[in-house]
Design a protein around this ligand. Structure first.
Ligand code: ATP
Ligand code: ZN
Length: 303
């Protein structure tokens, strides 16, 4: 994949009026025509998981700072983290803030960290809901979606600072987590293919930070804990993940103190659709005018 083709797709998306350059690399506005694609993907994902008894929940794109600490995100992905800062000073400090801004200086030093940070994955707020006693025999299931932030600015329009994820999460025993992964590997592939997308399933690893991260990534690959649905997005020559199935084993069970029905440490697994990447994959595959997409694809997205 050449940088040219990636940049060309970004320009095409912006020229088509679907996506708006929001002022820094990786940050985009969206027009209604684009949002209609997003709504279609979200509705199709919901229909695909309907009937499993998942509790549908929505959370803001912010999570408590303690939650980011508990998920170990700072250990594994410090470079992707986004923190919120606010102003809590007096008149004197305010004057200092304005002087720094006027002088074109860095003014963030005048701010203080808030009690919230930006949410890096849609599923993180559901794990604290599973504590306080053993889970039911069938475990718990959640459908959770919304905006996520990862600080990975890029010229590639598929790698955004802010994007939507739609997930189906299972928390329970190891067999249940294995069954959830198997089910969604099949369902996920069928769902993406039903939109006319060409997807492969590949074993993948998360972009763990630093030297210790190399071991974590190698273990994740060895145990095939992360599988990605990859499809052409910004370029027809290379594939990008538009979704993933993640087996967390007992990671969240341990860090949050979640107990399965038999009193063991709970296991969990999730299926995640990268909603905005899927929208881009559809635009790459079927063209920039959704009105002219194949009738069967339109019928899947907007029945
Ligand atoms: P990648 O390998 O591309 O960095 P990831 O392994 O970090 O992705 P997951 O944590 O599995 O991604 O997130 C689920 C889905 O969210 C991904 O399959 C992808 O479609 C989407 N996603 C992740 N990061 C971004 C991003 N920066 N911009 C847009 N979508 C993203
Ligand atoms: Zn998840």
């Amino acid at each position: 994949m050449t940088d040219d083709s990636i940049g060309a797709f970004r320009d095409e998306l912006i020229d088509s009026g679907l996506v708006i350059d929001a002022g820094v690399e990786g940050l985009y506005g969206r027009t209604l025509a684009y949002e209609e694609i997003v709504s279609g993907i979200i509705a199709l994902t919901t229909r695909t998981g309907a009937g499993d008894g998942a509790m549908a929940v929505h959370f803001p794109p912010l999570i408590p700072r303690w939650l980011l600490e508990r998920t170990d995100y700072l250990k594994s992905f410090p470079d992707l983290t986004g923190s919120v800062h606010t102003f809590g000073g007096d008149d004197k400090r305010h004057a200092r803030l304005l002087a720094l801004v006027d002088g074109g200086h860095d003014w963030v030093e005048v701010l203080e960290p808030a009690e919230v940070v930006l949410r890096p994955a849609a599923c993180h707020p559901v794990y604290p809901l599973c504590t306080g006693g053993p889970l039911p025999t069938q475990g718990r299931r959640f459908e959770v979606q919304g905006w996520c932030f990862r600080h990975e600015p890029s010229a590639d329009p598929a790698r955004m600072l802010c994007f939507r994820m739609h997930e189906f999460v299972y928390v329970g025993d190891p067999d249940g987590a294995g069954a959830h992964s198997e089910l969604w590997l099949k369902r996920g592939a069928e769902m993406f293919e039903s939109m006319g997308l060409d997807v492969d399933v590949v074993v993948a690893n998360d972009p763990f930070f630093g030297r210790a991260g190399k071991f974590l990534a190698a273990n994740q690959l060895d145990d095939a804990l992360k599988l990605e649905f990859v499809s052409p997005v910004s370029s027809t020559e290379t594939r990008t993940a538009i979704g993933s199935v993640n087996r967390h084993q007992d990671h969240f069970g341990l860090t949050f103190g979640i107990e399965s029905a038999d009193g063991e440490v709970a296991h969990s697994a999730c299926f995640a659709v990268g909603v905005d990447r899927t929208a881009l994959a559809l635009l790459k595959r079927h063209g920039l005018d959704p009105g002219r997409w194949p009738a069967e694809v339109r019928a899947r997205l907007w029945p």
